[in-house]
Design a protein around this ligand. Structure first.
Ligand code: ARG
Length: 560
């Protein structure tokens, strides 16, 4: 049993069951300093129940606390401070880590269950926006975290490869497109003519009509339109794939919106059969309680984003038999997903309750939204290149003799961008600042990576051999490191339950801080009786840092 659970049980008995276990768990605090104990339990909420002062209650409770992992209990004011048996726990934690290595923290709760995660999902012929970057990074981390919790994960890229924007592009291509340029740099060129289309359409109304007509031709399967669509799609995908390769991300399915073209009739018929489909100004809608109706077909008979999502949900449910589904999409689409889930529930699909929108905030630059409109775009590939370049400069300053600088700069640059995104709760807006991301001393990816590399160097210098682990004789200073290592499995569970990768990121910062403090006070490479134990501790920290970074989608360089 996890230690915290054991403490909760013991406290539950000590308060004569007068407080629910869930409440006890909620009240338990982690003191800022370990000399105040490893856990603290405030008794203020009990004052009313026992009609006594919190100080008295704390005294009584602490006298009743007995548990095999507890060293001592102290009552201080209204608090019960709990101290764990350090040497026993150190031994258990470290031996667990060196035995299980990267599987340390692996959970079983999701075993034999599948979860589909819809993430990244950029739109063809529109740039890969910062919103898509966030979805990519958050979705990938959630996929890894789900696997670490035992789930089978299906990674789905619901590419935006259908819709009226293709009508606009076809028109724009006929007017201004240059074949060679598009072949050279598809996303950039397609974006250029797409932006031009919008500019021109402000002056010339007929362009939008032409675009509608072109999209209609596409929906009817017109040869020329289909050929262009195919080309735009393939060319853009190839470019997106380069970004995925750089970030080390893969997908199990690229079934995008167009994939559902022949699967929508079924859902539309079903809606009609259940008498959920209603006419409204010539369009077909499903009316919903407490929210605007969900549009299923436009007046001209064409389908919509929502129609395709309905078909996709059904298809995924039948194909993957998934127990859960996450949609990692910006919070501006909250209404869309509410409507989607509601319509599915109205049809009578019980499983619709297991569909979950995982929203996130915006990426800002100097406090403003990073716009993809009007050509003011920041292309993702360029952002990553810039981060890598800056990382290379930093490495050049710090460690000019380093080998494989380019490779390492790639790991550090992309790691910095990813970590910066994941270290705050996803719903917060984040400010895009390359300098801040790449700061080796702040709460950054490079800081964690640097800590990892420093440990690797210690292990090399100390000629550490993992067959000779020792767990005894560590100093008092090692305890904060160990207690942080001990929490990693709990953090893995919590990150999944809250669908919140920042739990992991914050934990890695905490672990790096704790380790660096230990390192500042301890001569690790001093040849004394405890050197093997010190190196075992170092190695354990390295294992957890590397695994935690992996969960976030970040590599850990052994030197930097
Ligand atoms: N392509 C959409 C966009 O960029 C995101 C798609 C998200 N996934 C979904 N199943 N709707 O806005």
């Amino acid at each position: 049993m996890a230690d915290k659970k054991m403490i909760v049980e013991t406290l539950f008995d000590a308060v004569d069951g007068q407080l629910a276990k869930a409440d006890i768990e909620r009240f338990i605090e982690k003191p800022k300093h370990t000399h105040l104990g490893d856990y603290a339990f405030p008794c203020f909420a009990l004052a009313k129940i026992f009609r006594q002062s919190p100080t008295n209650i704390a005294k009584e409770v602490s006298e009743k606390m007995v548990n095999s992992i507890i060293e001592k209990v102290e009552a201080v004011g209204g608090y019960v401070n709990i101290f764990l048996k350090q040497s026993e726990i150190s031994k258990t934690v470290l031996s667990n880590i060196v035995t299980f290595r990267s599987a340390y923290g692996q959970q079983e709760q999701g075993e034999n269950q599948t979860i589909t995660i819809d993430f990244s999902s950029p739109n063809i012929a529109k740039p890969f926006s910062m919103g898509h970057l966030r979805s990519t990074v958050i979705g990938n981390a959630l996929a890894n975290i789900s696997e670490k919790n035992g789930y089978e994960v299906v990674r789905i890229n619901h590419i935006g490869d259908w819709g009226t924007q293709f009508g606009k592009l076809i028109v724009a291509y006929h007017l201004w497109g240059k074949k060679e340029l598009i072949e050279q740099s598809p996303v950039r060129e397609l974006l250029k003519i797409y932006v031009k289309f919008h500019d021109e359409a402000e002056r010339d109304d007929t362009l939008n009509d032409q675009a509608r007509a072109a999209f209609k031709r596409l929906e009817q399967g017109d040869d020329e339109a289909m050929r262009l669509w195919h080309w735009f799609r393939e060319a853009s995908l190839k470019e997106f794939e380069q970004v995925y390769a750089l970030l080390g991300i893969r997908f199990d399915s690229y079934a995008g919106e167009a994939f559902y073209n022949d699967k929508m009739n079924r859902i539309v018929d079903l809606l009609a059969e259940k008498e959920l489909l209603e006419e409204s100004d010539g369009a077909m809608v499903v009316n919903l309680e407490n929210m605007p109706p969900c549009l299923i077909k436009k007046t001209d008979g064409t389908t919509l984003y929502a129609t395709r999502d309905l078909a996709a949900a059904l298809y995924r449910h039948e194909t993957y038999k998934s127990e859960k589904s996450f949609y990692v999409v910006g919070n501006e689409q909250s209404l869309h997903f509410k409507q989607l889930f509601n319509v599915l529930e109205k049809i009578g699909y019980e499983w619709a309750r297991e569909l979950q929108h995982i929203p996130f905030g915006m990426m800002l630059k100097d406090g403003k939204k990073m716009s993809t409109r009007k050509g003011k775009v920041v292309l993702l590939a360029e952002v990553l290149d810039e981060a890598i370049e800056l990382a290379e400069k930093n490495i050049e300053d710090k460690n000019p003799k380093l080998q494989h600088k380019e490779e390492i700069a790639k790991i550090v640059g992309t790691g910095a961008v990813i970590f910066h995104d994941l270290k705050n709760h996803r719903l917060n807006d984040i400010d895009f600042s390359l300098e801040e991301m790449l700061n080796f001393e702040g709460e950054t990816g490079p800081y964690v990576q640097y800590t990892y590399a420093r440990i690797c160097s210690l292990l090399r210098k100390g000629q550490y051999n993992d067959q000779e682990c020792k767990f005894e004789g560590l100093s008092e200073e090692a305890w904060p490191v160990i207690i942080t290592l001990k929490e990693f499995p709990e953090v893995v569970t919590k990150a999944f339950e809250l669908a919140d990768p920042s739990q992991i990121a914050k934990h890695l910062i905490e672990l790096s801080r704790a380790f660096n403090k230990y390192y500042a006070h301890t001569r690790i490479l001093e040849e004394d009786a405890t050197m093997q134990a010190k190196l075992t501790l170092c190695s354990s920290v390295a294992i957890v840092l590397k695994e935690g970074l992996r969960l976030l989608g970040i590599q850990a360089p052994e030197e930097m």
